[in-house]
Design a protein around this ligand. Structure first.
Ligand code: HEM
Length: 248
């Protein structure tokens, strides 16, 4: 009976034993939730504003700085080496260029991030030091996302913000990857070559779910930050208007 069940599963093309398939299945619902955050919905409606994009860039910069430092430091770890593609994937330099484009040469002083971004960054640094075999979950969540839906988001950013060329949106372009689909295939096969115990594999899947949740919390915090800023601006505008009309 059990055998028949698993045979049917295989024929139906359901989740197999490869890490790449298991991680996709484990994070499927979280992906839907990430797509449905207010920030991502604004994106899909082609309504992303320059303010939303600028705060997103700041958070992405902090997240990728932590991720890439930890991947670099652990690049010879057996669970990191197969998925270590700094030439093809590194985002920190392109984020620096985009931040300079929007904030000017003193951009470093202007990078502000919400608490959720700091928590995400701290988690990456902690596992980089204590459990480097979990880094694959974070690298997968960000890089494979950037090479998938991220490609559409790049075009939408360009259109919504009326940008020409790649200035301000180099984050979305991967000059070292000629075919995102073929690269994703290579990345998946490298993920599948990592040797993990059952316990480690379960921890990687759990970490990938957390990685999506960290992203969702960052998007939600960014929206909250923006609505507080908008309220403050509104209040100070109405206060200013009040002062003007008051006969002091
Ligand atoms: C894959 C769309 C947001 C992570 C994909 C794919 C699409 C997509 C079309 C390809 C699915 C496939 O090949 O079967 C979108 C859209 C988004 C969005 C429209 C928002 C507007 C996100 C976010 C994350 C993310 C916020 C995580 C931070 C991923 C990952 C994959 C993926 C890791 C690879 C799945 C796999 O093949 O294993 N996305 N996505 N996506 N996305 Fe997203």
């Amino acid at each position: 009976m059990e055998n028949m069940k698993s045979a049917r599963k295989d024929e139906a093309g359901e989740v197999g034993s490869d890490l790449s398939e298991q991680i996709k299945a484990a994070t499927k619902e979280n992906h839907v939730r990430a797509e449905n955050t207010q920030l991502m919905l604004s994106y899909q409606k082609g309504q992303i504003t320059v303010t939303q994009y600028k705060v997103l860039l700041c958070s992405l910069y902090e997240i990728y700085t932590a991720l890439e430092e930890e991947l670099d430091r652990n690049c010879s770890h057996p669970a990191v080496a197969p998925i270590y593609f700094p030439q093809e994937l590194s985002r920190v330099e392109s984020l620096q260029r985009d931040l300079e484009f929007f904030f000017g040469s003193n951009w470093r002083k202007k990078v502000i991030v919400p608490a959720a971004t700091q928590r995400y960054e701290q988690r990456i640094r902690k596992i980089g030091k204590q459990n480097p075999e979990l880094l694959v979950a974070h690298a997968y969540t960000r890089y494979l996302g950037d090479l998938s839906g991220g490609q559409v988001l790049g075009k939408l950013t360009q259109k919504s913000l009326g940008l020409s060329g790649t200035e301000g949106i180099s984050f979305f372009s991967f000059p070292g990857v000629s075919s995102p689909n073929r690269f994703k295939q290579l990345y998946r096969s490298r993920m599948n070559s990592i040797e993990l115990t059952e316990r480690e594999r379960a921890a990687v899947l759990e970490e990938a779910v957390s990685a999506f949740e960290f992203n969702i919390q960052v998007f939600d915090d960014l929206q909250k930050m923006l609505s507080v800023t908008a309220e403050t601006v509104d209040q100070s505008r109405s206060k200013a208007a009040g002062f003007q009309s008051s006969p002091i």
